[in-house]
Ligand binder design. Structure first.
Ligand code: SAM
Length: 335
């Protein structure tokens, strides 16, 4: 296999250094969030279609030899996969990885927080779109608000830092709660991040009128006080970071649609069914599962990383109001 590029292994055609891999360990989830799942066609993978933990580790190790330094474990719901904690410990032992983090809905976190922390993961993102129990059930399909809240407190108690709270902003659903959610960052060291609602997958429930831009979210937070911009640090992700006066935590805005951050995008995704994905919104994936199951070499896997990096588009073509560019729904990609 020869991709025929003279670029450094992790520099793409637009001079971006690709160092971040988001790994979906499963497409299964213990919640049914309305913004994540398709309207009808929920097709879950058979276990045999999902990469084994050993296969994921092989891919991640090859990635580190191509410049990957940060990994985020996600899903589906990562904590719902059996033996996840042992797997986390193995990922944390990969020598060249500098940072391993997790995105979870928090439902199972109370019992697992300490083990995950002790395994070596100290940064965590928890999805929580509302502070109302009933609304939580309406958004997620399950009455689990209390479990998530307990999980959040446990994560803080065992020492996770930062703890980021992901809020998908949806008009008519949780826009009345933005100030209350944002206030969590004042007394607690939480980073509350508002994510613009995206249409992902051919059958999503997204509608233009439900979308709220980060600028509008920001204006809804003025009642709390002025937001002070935090300058970008070298390893920052896509969030624009702010802080309220004397707050312990931060506010972040992830403006996927209104302010494209493609020029600084440094990431690839590995789906649970073994596809390397160059861009969240693009289905031009590279299959690693077939080669791995045909006993390909580490060198072959590295070539597949290079091939994926070479496929990264300059920018996604997703536009408001119609952003249905990719066919896979979010649960099947790994958010
Ligand atoms: N189950 C885990 C969780 O709930 O955090 C990890 C997977 S979930 C797909 C990862 C992130 O994607 C969550 O923070 C979720 O809010 C976000 N997400 C899912 N669908 C989205 C959408 N349509 N627009 C914006 N963010 C979305």
């Amino acid at each position: 296999m020869n991709i025929g590029t003279s670029l450094a292994p992790n520099i793409d055609h637009y001079n971006r250094r690709i160092s971040y891999l988001r790994v979906s360990v499963t497409d299964r989830c213990n919640l049914r969030c309305i913004y994540c799942l398709p309207v009808k066609d929920l097709r879950l993978l058979d276990h045999a279609e999902i990469l084994s933990y050993e296969e994921i580790l092989e891919v991640v190790i090859a990635g580190t030899e191509c410049g990957i330094r940060k990994v985020r474990l996600t899903g589906g719901e990562p904590l719902a996969r059996r033996n996840f904690v042992q797997f986390v410990a193995s990922v944390c032992r990969i020598p060249k990885l500098e940072d391993v983090s997790i995105t979870t809905n928090g439902v199972l976190l109370k019992e697992r927080a300490k083990e995950i922390f002790d395994a070596g993961v100290h940064r965590i993102n928890i999805s929580l779109d509302t502070l109302h129990r009933l609304k939580y059930a309406k958004i997620t399909g399950y009455n689990c608000f209390d479990e998530v809240w307990e999980g959040l407190k446990e994560a803080e108690a065992v020492g996770f830092s930062p703890i980021k709270i992901n809020v998908v902003a949806i008009r008519g659903l949780n826009d009345d709660e933005f100030p209350r959610l944002a206030e969590l960052s004042v007394k607690k060291p939480y980073h509350v991040r508002f994510i613009e609602y995206m249409s992902i997958g051919h059958d999503s429930q997204w509608k233009p009128e439900k979308y709220i831009s980060s600028d509008e979210i920001k204006s809804k937070l003025k009642c709390i006080g002025p937001l002070h911009r935090i300058p970008r640090a070298t390893h920052d992700g896509p969030a624009e970071r702010y802080r309220f006066e004397s707050a312990r935590g931060e506010i972040g805005f992830i403006s996927v649609l209104s302010h494209r951050f493609c020029p600084t995008c440094n990431r690839l995704r590995l789906t649970a069914d073994g596809k390397l994905r160059p861009c969240l919104f693009a289905d031009n994936e590279v299959d690693v599962k077939t080669p791995i199951r045909n006993r390909c070499t580490r060198q072959d896997l590295k070539e597949l990383f290079r091939k994926t990096i070479a496929k990264k588009p300059r920018q996604h073509h997703t536009k408001i109001p119609d952003s249905r560019d990719c066919l896979r729904p979010m649960y099947a990609i790994g958010g």
